[in-house]
Design a protein around this ligand. Structure first.
Ligand code: C2E
Ligand code: MG
Ligand code: MG
Ligand code: MG
Length: 288
């Protein structure tokens, strides 16, 4: 019996390795095709001003629908694209697509784009940004690039040079997923980040954990004193919203307001005006 189970375990282990290998292979070959075809899309999620309910910005979130494997999440294929040296092409595609979209929105709505650490190490990025701005006509101040703390693990000086160049062009910079990575407060001093986005895991815990509440409040205070905008991501409940307000966050983003949506829907949400309920306790501001 034990021997039998052991053989089955071994068999299923081998199978899953094989499956994983096949999936990786499908993703690698598929990525080249996806970039040229129609398989990639962008969704947009509103980032709401807590005081007014106004949509300050929308974050572009990439989606890949693979013809065989179906939806593949960015958390799976972005790291693969990085390891294949294909991230530059994806970043260029996202920049172009998102800037063209944002250029059709009212001039007080920004676009936020996620930039992988690998892209920041390449000196192609400022050129890609400028090309996207020129083609779309979008002013640099309406483009915000979201980077994570892990960019600071590269101490070659290249990342530093690219960040400075992006700031010189006039872009806004946001520090994404703050508090989970290589959190060094010295970086808040060296770079003038416009926006701090606290990692979702802290907001997920505020209702249950005093520790998460303390961290959220501390980050809120710090960012306010440094005159940065603060985004509380992953807001799903009214209770989380109340904690974000109490901690002095300027902006909120999450399913409570809207899931990431397609181009038509985001246009409707922006045109509909302030997402009420950021201030008003009722009704629940669900705009999915
Ligand atoms: P992120 O930049 O921190 O994006 C926030 C993630 O949280 C998104 O997941 C979003 O759909 C999700 N989210 C938003 N509101 C809620 C909520 O209320 N509850 C929960 N549970 N989740 C919420 P998504 O779209 O799967 O993206 C995951 C990560 O993939 C992003 O994290 C970002 O790091 C990366 N990513 C997405 N699009 C791109 C892209 O165009 N380029 C690059 N380089 N990375 C991207
Ligand atoms: Mg604002
Ligand atoms: Mg982000
Ligand atoms: Mg994040």
């Amino acid at each position: 019996e034990a021997k039998h189970a052991g053989r089955n375990r071994a068999a299923s282990f081998n199978w899953s390795l094989k499956e994983r290998f096949n999936r990786l292979h499908e993703i690698e070959t598929g990525l080249r095709r996806a970039l040229e075809g129609e398989e990639l899309t962008l969704l947009y999620q509103p980032i709401v001003d807590l005081a007014t309910g106004h949509i300050d910005a929308c974050e572009a979130l990439i989606r890949w629908h693979h013809p065989v494997l179906g939806a593949i999440p960015p958390s799976e294929f972005i790291p693969i694209a990085e390891s294949m040296g294909m991230i530059e092409g994806i970043t260029q595609w996202v920049l172009r697509e998102a800037c063209l979209a944002a250029a059709t929105w009212p001039s007080d709505v920004r676009i936020a784009i996620n930039i992988s650490p690998a892209s920041l190490k390449s000196n192609e990025l400022p050129g890609s940004v400028i090309a996207a701005l020129l083609e779309s006509g979008l002013p640099a101040r309406r483009l915000e690039l979201e980077v994570t703390e892990s960019i600071f693990l590269d101490d070659s000086g290249q990342t530093n040079a690219v960040l400075r160049e992006l700031q010189r062009i006039g872009l806004r910079l946001a520090l994404d997923d703050f508090g989970t990575g290589y959190s060094s407060l010295a970086y808040l001093r060296s770079y003038r980040f416009d926006t701090l986005k606290i990692d979702q895991s802290f907001m997920a815990g505020v209702s249950a954990n005093a520790e998460d509440r303390a961290i959220v409040r501390a980050i809120g205070n710090l960012a306010r004193d440094l005159a940065m905008d603060t985004v509380a991501e992953g807001i799903e409940t009214r209770d989380q919203l109340a904690h974000a307000k109490e901690a002095g966050f300027t902006n909120v983003q999450g399913y409570l307001f809207s899931r990431p949506v397609g181009l038509d829907r985001i246009g409707e949400l922006i045109a509909a005006g302030p997402l009420e309920g950021a201030e008003r306790p009722d009704p629940v501001p669900t705009l999915r």
